[in-house]
Design a binder for this molecule. Structure first.
Ligand code: UGA
Length: 432
């Protein structure tokens, strides 16, 4: 089958490469000429485990071509729309890129080409988009196929996902089943439904996980106050199969390009429909206030105007993505409070520039970032931070304080090297 992907961003690029990898002919287009130039040269433009390898394979086997021209979609049987749906100021998802992509594609491909929305769109969007196409004289069918790829393990998630969710009429579902047959044969569950339910599954999956995280983050606060241990607590409740062990690790708040945006969009939809969604709203506000709480915890431990070493800038480990990163939000707050920051992240390079933290350059190593500093704050769970040589860095620090917001550090080693250690959900003094 010949399949097009519109949008070579995170979702589009991973999906296009991996759909080629499972045996289809792919055209991946993006209007960003620079991006397409790099892709044509075989340069994988995103940091994602194993993606560069699969990209090379599918380019060599000619299973994929990259282009900036919509006209190259002309012979496609199916086109996946993978463009961005940013949050508008009120929290609503902005569908203008999706609508543009659909209308432009519809002008090029015949009406028997199935148009599939992979971008995360509010429930009801496929129906509205189909109406938009009709209003413009096109009668292509629209289906929904949300993605559940986690950054950092997207290749694995594509090949071994828990499920493939698809929405559409029977004929559209059959086509989607054919596309994903190699995965379905290997045991991935295919769940076919109507488009609105499919769209809703995507929003509810991300929202449910966000609620789980807000809950465990608040329980971490409570553990600190009563002297309980969050790691064992998570294990203890996670062993109950009805709860499950995943997404029970506390942190400085959830971030990234999906959870904050998708929870807000679902809350906005509920508000518009006047359906109370108190649990969802509470989770959103709990997460938003978490960054300030983390910065207050640091303030209660580290004296003003001290030098703080920030370890980790990305929103989680194994990605180079800093969108909605708690690490950046907390760093910004610390800077405003008068602390001097020395930052290290294994993948966010020296060229990192952020309008709010323009003075800061990223250090080359943990060693460089700890020179003369008074305290280390771990904000991303990079594996490198599990093996810090505290003896070595302690020698050139002015004070030895370690605050671990990701439960990744070896606290025993740090203590042996004279550090006073604090870890989230364990021994941090509560702040009001
Ligand atoms: C999330 C979903 O997990 C994917 O299924 C979905 O496809 C994707 O959004 C999307 O909608 O595109 P992602 O944003 O890559 O994936 O990141 P996650 O691994 O889900 O982490 C989200 C946030 O939760 C991060 O800030 C992470 O640090 C935090 N987190 C996660 C914790 O604090 N504790 C945990 O136990 C797990």
């Amino acid at each position: 089958m010949k399949i097009g992907f519109i949008g070579g961003g995170y979702v589009g690029l991973v999906s296009a490469i991996m759909t080629a990898y499972i045996g289809h002919n792919i055209v991946c287009i993006d209007k960003d000429e620079d991006k397409i130039k790099h892709l044509k040269e075989g340069k994988c433009i995103i940091y994602e485990k194993n993606l560069a390898l699969h990209m090379r394979q599918v380019i060599e086997s000619r299973a994929i071509i990259f282009s900036e021209h919509y006209k190259d979609l002309i012979h496609c049987d199916v086109i996946f729309i993978c463009v961005g749906t940013p949050s508008a100021a009120d929290g609503m998802a902005d569908l203008s890129y999706v609508e543009d992509a659909l209308l432009t594609a519809a002008q090029i491909v015949p009406s028997d080409c199935l148009l599939v929305i992979k971008s995360t769109v509010p429930p009801g969007s496929c129906i509205k988009c189909a109406e938009l196409l009709r209003a413009n004289g096109f009668d292509h069918k629209i289906a929904s196929n949300p993605e559940f790829l986690r950054e950092g393990s997207a290749v694995h998630d594509f090949l071994h996902g828990d499920r493939i969710v698809a929405g559409g009429d029977n004929a559209s579902l059959k086509i989607l089943q054919q596309i994903f047959a190699p995965l379905i044969e290997k045991g991935v569950i295919f769940l076919g439904t109507d488009t609105t339910t499919s769209e809703m599954i995507k929003y509810c999956s991300n929202s449910f996980l966000s609620i789980k995280l807000s809950f465990i983050n608040e329980m971490a606060n409570l553990c600190e106050a009563i002297g309980a241990d969050i790691t064992t607590l998570s294990e203890g409740i996670g062993l109950d199969k009805r709860i499950g062990p995943l997404f029970l690790k506390p942190g400085p708040g959830y971030g990234g390009s999906c959870f904050p945006k998708d929870t807000l969009a679902l809350a906005f939809l509920a508000q518009e429909l006047k359906i109370p969604c108190d649990v969802l709203n509470a989770s959103i506000s709990s997460n938003m206030s978490r960054y300030r709480l983390m910065s207050d915890k640091i303030k209660a431990i580290v004296k003003k105007e001290s030098i703080i070493t920030i370890l980790g800038l990305t929103f989680k480990a194994n990605t180079d993505d800093v969108r909605e990163s708690p690490a950046i939000k907390i760093s910004q707050m610390l800077e405003q409070e008068g602390y001097v920051l020395q930052i290290y992240d294994p993948v966010v390079g020296k060229n990192f520039s952020n309008p709010y933290m323009s003075r800061y350059k990223i250090s080359n190593s943990i060693f460089d970032a700890t020179k003369d500093s008074h305290a280390i704050v771990i904000l991303t769970e990079w594996q490198e931070f599990a093996g810090i040589n505290y003896d070595q860095i302690g020698m050139h620090m002015k004070e030895r304080i370690l605050i671990d917001f990701r439960l990744i550090a070896n606290l025993d080693n740090a203590k042996k090297s004279g550090f006073t250690t604090y870890a989230i959900g364990k021994n941090m003094a509560p702040v009001g």
